[in-house]
Design a protein around this ligand. Structure first.
Ligand code: KMH
Ligand code: ZN
Length: 278
């Protein structure tokens, strides 16, 4: 897979996540209205794909099927973004609820390639669950984004492709999620190792660093020709004691950094072509 820098860059925004509470961060988009507004601002700033976790009426993480469908519909109607639903949910979501996320018919879904210690919790992704979710994504014609929290996950992707073939759409898009306590560190050295181990079928990859690793990972990914994920799921400060007020600030920062690397943000349609969506 080429690691030279292409001209265009895919910027994915992950605006909400499942780990931060509304009480701790009132500016986190947790209602559908807030999510759509954040999505519109991020699209205007240069994002082409959105990685979505939703919340219930009490702002707590949920995988409620009706809310998921309504969210996909609202984002499709009110933005041009590629809509990717999280199948990771929160660390407390049962595996059977996570499989049902695909019922909402998103364009794309996250698919984490292994179990990871996640701070004091465990983000559970047993191999049979990975296989079931992957086959379901092929059947339902949903493009998976393979989430790689550790080098072992990269190796598991090799096993998955060998066993079940290519994803729907024929492209293989991965996202390195780095710096989670329990996963690989958010460092240039870890990213170089991860990219070096990617199966040859991989056609594109992005990276994001959690918390303080956000900038080192962003610059390392840019220097290697990768794409970027940013958003309040992954980081809540712009600098020490400077909170993020809007997700679009993180997209704007990624666009500026990419511009220094001679890269321009990809449109949602180009992102669709990149990941194999019709
Ligand atoms: N919230 C994490 C436990 C995903 O979206 O697929 C899992 C996560 C990964 O965020
Ligand atoms: Zn997520």
């Amino acid at each position: 897979m080429p690691t030279t820098s292409p001209d265009q860059i895919l910027i994915t925004v992950a605006p909400t996540g499942a780990e931060t509470t509304k009480e701790d961060c009132p500016q986190l988009p947790t209602t559908l209205e807030e999510l759509v507004q954040a999505a519109q601002e991020c699209e205007a700033a240069g994002a082409a794909m959105i990685h979505v976790h939703i919340r219930d009426a009490d702002h707590r993480p949920t995988l409620d099927p009706t809310r998921l469908k309504d969210t996909v519909q609202a984002l499709r109607e009110q933005t041009g973004l590629v809509v990717q639903l999280s199948t990771g949910g929160s660390v407390h979501d049962p595996l059977e609820h996570r499989l049902k996320v695909l019922d909402a018919q998103p364009d794309s879904c996250s698919l984490t390639m292994g179990t990871t210690n996640f701070g004091d919790d465990v983000f559970s992704n047993p191999w049979p669950f990975i296989c079931e979710l992957y086959q379901l994504s092929q059947e339902r014609q949903v493009v998976p984004e393979f989430e790689l929290f550790d080098l072992g996950h990269v190796h598991a992707l090799r096993r998955l492709l060998d066993t079940y073939g290519l994803p729907y759409g024929g492209k293989v898009h991965c996202d390195f999620v780095m710096g989670v306590p329990g996963g690989m560190p958010g460092t240039a050295a870890a990213l170089v190792a991860g990219v070096g181990l990617l199966p040859e079928e991989v056609t594109s990859w992005s990276a994001t660093g959690i918390g303080r690793s956000t900038l080192p990972v962003m610059f390392a990914a840019l220097s290697m020709g990768g794409h970027l994920r940013v958003g309040m799921e992954d980081v809540l400060t712009l600098a020490r004691r400077v909170p993020v007020e809007r997700n679009s600030q993180l997209v704007e920062r990624a666009v500026s950094a990419a511009a220094l690397a001679q890269r321009t943000p990809m449109s949602p349609d180009d992102a669709r072509a990149l990941i194999g969506l019709a």
